[in-house]
Ligand binder design. Structure first.
Ligand code: CO
Length: 235
C-alpha cells in the first residue's frame, strides 16, 4: 500500500518537474517572438537591415557570468559589439578560440576598441583564490592563480576577503590587457594602423556602472623588451 502511495507521489513529482522544465523552455521561445514583434513595431525593416551585415567597432572580451551581457552594459544594439566570453575573462595566448575571435575582429572587422571586461564579485576569481577543487575548471582557473602569484605581496596584504577578490578582479583584467598586447595579432595591427586600443574595465554589479581601469594601450612601446616582437618581415 505504502509503495503504491509513494509511486503515485513520485509520478506526480516527475510530472511537476517536467511541466516546469517545459515552461522554462517555452518561455525562451515566447521571449524571442515578443522581442521580434517589439523590434518590428518600431521598424518593420529592422531584421532586413540586421541581416545585411555587421560593422562593429568594438570587441568585448568578458566573463560568462549571466549578469554581464555586453550589449546591455554598454547600451548598444545588435551589430555594434563583437563578443567573446569565458569564465573570468581570461586571455590565454594558446587559446585558439580567443585568438580566432581576436584575429577576426582586428584584421577583418577592423574594430577600434578591444575591451577586457571583468566584474567585481566574479565567481571564477573567488574560486581561484580558494583551495577548493571544482573539477575541470580548476585547470582554467590556474591562469588566474598565476595572476595571483605575480601580485601575491599586494594581495596578501589585504585582509578583507571581498576586497581581496575585487582587487584580483582588477589585476586580472590588467594582466589580460597585457596578454592581448603581447599577441602577434595586436602587435602587427599596431604597425599597420593607429586606431586600435585595448582597454580594461570592471563592472560593479551593485551599481551597474563600469570602472575604466585606465590601462588603455595603443602601442607596444611599454611592453617589456622580450615581449615587444620584431616585425613579421624579419622572420
Ligand atoms: Co565572473
Amino acid at each position: 500500500m505504502d509503495s503504491i502511495i509513494n509511486n503515485d507521489k513520485q509520478a506526480k513529482m516527475a510530472h511537476h518537474i517536467q511541466k516546469n522544465q517545459r515552461r522554462s523552455y517555452e518561455e525562451l521561445l515566447q521571449g524571442n517572438r515578443d522581442w521580434v514583434q517589439s523590434e518590428l513595431d518600431q521598424d518593420p525593416n529592422y531584421f532586413t537591415k540586421l541581416a545585411a551585415g555587421q560593422n562593429p567597432d568594438v570587441l568585448w572580451i568578458g566573463c560568462s557570468d549571466s549578469r554581464v551581457p555586453a550589449n546591455q552594459i554598454t547600451n548598444t544594439r545588435p551589430g555594434q559589439v563583437f563578443v567573446h566570453r569565458n569564465i573570468a575573462n581570461v586571455c590565454v595566448h594558446s587559446d585558439m578560440n580567443m585568438l580566432s575571435v581576436l584575429d577576426y575582429a582586428v584584421n577583418v572587422l577592423k574594430v577600434k576598441h578591444v575591451i577586457v571586461a571583468g566584474h567585481y564579485g566574479c565567481g571564477g576569481i573567488t574560486a581561484a583564490l580558494s583551495n577548493r577543487q571544482f573539477g575541470l575548471i580548476d585547470n582554467w582557473l590556474r591562469h588566474i592563480k598565476d595572476v595571483y602569484r605575480l601580485h601575491s605581496v599586494e594581495l596578501d596584504s589585504i585582509e578583507d576577503q571581498t576586497q581581496k577578490v575585487n582587487r584580483l578582479v582588477e589585476l586580472n583584467v590588467m594582466e589580460q590587457v597585457y596578454n592581448l598586447c603581447k599577441t602577434t595579432i595586436v602587435q602587427n595591427a599596431w604597425r599597420k594602423r593607429e586606431d586600435l586600443e585595448i582597454h580594461g574595465w570592471v563592472i560593479n554589479l551593485n551599481t551597474g556602472l563600469v570602472k575604466d581601469l585606465d590601462v588603455t594601450a595603443n602601442s607596444g612601446e611599454e611592453l617589456g623588451e622580450v615581449f615587444n616582437l620584431d616585425s613579421e618581415e624579419n622572420i
